[in-house]
Design a protein around this ligand. Structure first.
Ligand code: ASP
Length: 438
């Protein structure tokens, strides 16, 4: 069977719900449904999750939150009415208002978006409603408890032919609601797919899958047909944001593919995310993604190459200050550590003095406002000249490359450039691989 997750924009209105109903009913195998909360109906609209956070903040501050809650209820009532359902959320909203007064927490508040949408979805489809708080568990430190969840969820769904499990939240052992991070319904879908050993996890959204590059930078970039989990991890980490970056983990270990589909264009193939494939991607590269806002800390020391433990001491200076590093390219007498600028900035001088204490460098040089770009592709391993093409394209575009890092997996090449060259660099790389195919 298939597990299908629908994102907020797919469920923003009765009209969108109707499309979703059609999609589900068109395939018998779509037995388990994971809904998000209603998203934006148009670009100026507010997501119900954000309305809930806002409403709860007012409740917590002791303000009157009646109107804010009424506006949320109106969103659901509009959907119920539009679908012609015989359903009332009156008593649910009464309970929510009481719990807001008791300061039940912002996680509880936000989770009501999915919870209520799940009730509507179950009524609309005639499926059983399974509250995620009963089956998705977190330990008392707030870490997702994969084992316990899988036990509970597979047992709960074993004899349920068709069910709706709301996305985004679960609960601690003591029953208090806890949410995943934003966009976390994607993770719930993956957890449910694992628990029922689905044949595929379909993730329905408002785009036809992943694009080779960010459409805000490249005009109408081409889509990605098939991508491996590992490639996606590289791209997602660097900012490609169609799917929550943690959503691959539950299904990945089970070999369940994810198919990203478009609710507004269901006939499009979308993107398949798979463990491994013999299908070559159309271009040498599968995708390009990147992020601005990095700093590089360059540490120089004569004869660094022969000093055992030098790298560890350098990294210890960052560890002691609670800073995680992104990349560490090195030379004979130099080592550079790339870090997130906003994380590093206010601890900068502490790190510098720790470096002096631990590693006694000859000098330290810090550069800011850098961007990292990941060029990812399983095809790079078997193709000669990929790096050459990237760098000649960048040279032609007058982009100065500040750092190069190719992992030994040959799955990606990371390039560091100045923030201001970010867009130009991505365009140049896209053009050379996608538009000018050799
Ligand atoms: N509704 C939540 C959010 O807006 C979770 C989700 O949609 O996946 O982040």
């Amino acid at each position: 069977m298939k597990v299908v997750k629908f994102g907020g924009s797919s469920l923003a209105s009765a009209e969108q719900f109707a499309k979703v109903g059609k999609i589900i009913r068109s395939d018998e195998l779509r037995k388990y449904v994971v809904p998000s909360a209603p998203g934006k109906r148009d670009s100026k609209d507010t997501k119900v999750t954000d309305m809930l956070y806002g409403c709860y903040a007012a409740a917590e501050a002791g303000e009157n939150f009646k109107d804010k809650l009424a506006a949320i209820k109106a969103r659901y009532d509009e959907i119920i009415k539009g679908l012609g359902l015989d359903l009332s959320l009156e008593s649910e909203f009464k309970t929510i208002a009481e719990n807001f007064k008791k300061k039940a927490g912002s996680d509880y508040a936000a989770s009501r978006g999915e919870y209520l949408n799940g009730i509507i979805m179950a009524s609309f489809l005639g499926y059983e409603f399974v509250d995620a708080a009963e089956v998705i568990k977190f330990d008392m430190e707030g870490n997702f408890d994969a084992e316990r969840t899988n036990e509970l969820l597979s047992a709960r769904l074993e004899n349920v032919e068709r069910a709706v499990v709301p996305g985004f939240y679960g609960s601690y052992e003591d029953g208090r609601v806890k949410t995943f991070s934003r966009g976390g319904s994607d993770i719930t879908g993956s957890i449910v797919a694992k628990a029922v050993k689905a044949e595929v996890y379909e993730n329905w959204t408002d785009v036809s899958g992943f694009l080779i590059a960010d459409p805000r930078i490249i005009d109408h970039p081409k889509g990605i047909e098939t991508i491996t989990y590992r490639e996606l991890r590289e791209l997602a980490y660097m900012g490609a944001s169609v799917l929550h970056e943690d959503a691959i983990f539950p299904v990945r270990t089970e070999g369940i593919p994810i198919n990203i589909k478009n609710t507004n264009a269901p006939e499009d193939n979308g993107t398949w995310i798979v463990e491994s494939t013999c299908q070559k991607s159309k271009y040498v590269i599968t995708g390009i993604a990147g992020k601005k806002g990095f700093c590089s800390v360059n540490v120089d020391k004569a004869m660094m190459n022969s000093e055992v433990g030098y790298g560890r001491r350098v990294l210890q200076a960052f560890e002691e200050n609670g800073i995680s590093f992104e990349h560490v390219p090195s030379g004979i007498d130099t080592m550079t550590v790339f870090v997130h600028q906003d994380e590093f900035m206010h601890k900068e001088q502490k790190v510098v003095s720790a470096l002096h204490r631990l590693a006694k460098p000859d000098f330290i040089d810090i550069e800011s406002d850098l961007a990292l770009i990941a060029v990812v592709g399983r095809g790079m391993k078997s193709t000669r000249g990929t790096a050459g093409r990237i760098f000649s394209a960048l040279a032609h575009a007058n982009v100065n490359v500040k750092m190069i890092d190719q992992g030994s997996s040959e799955l990606n090449i990371i390039i560091g450039v100045a923030n201001e060259d970010f867009e130009t660099a991505i365009k140049a790389i896209y053009d050379i691989f996608v538009l000018v195919q050799l």
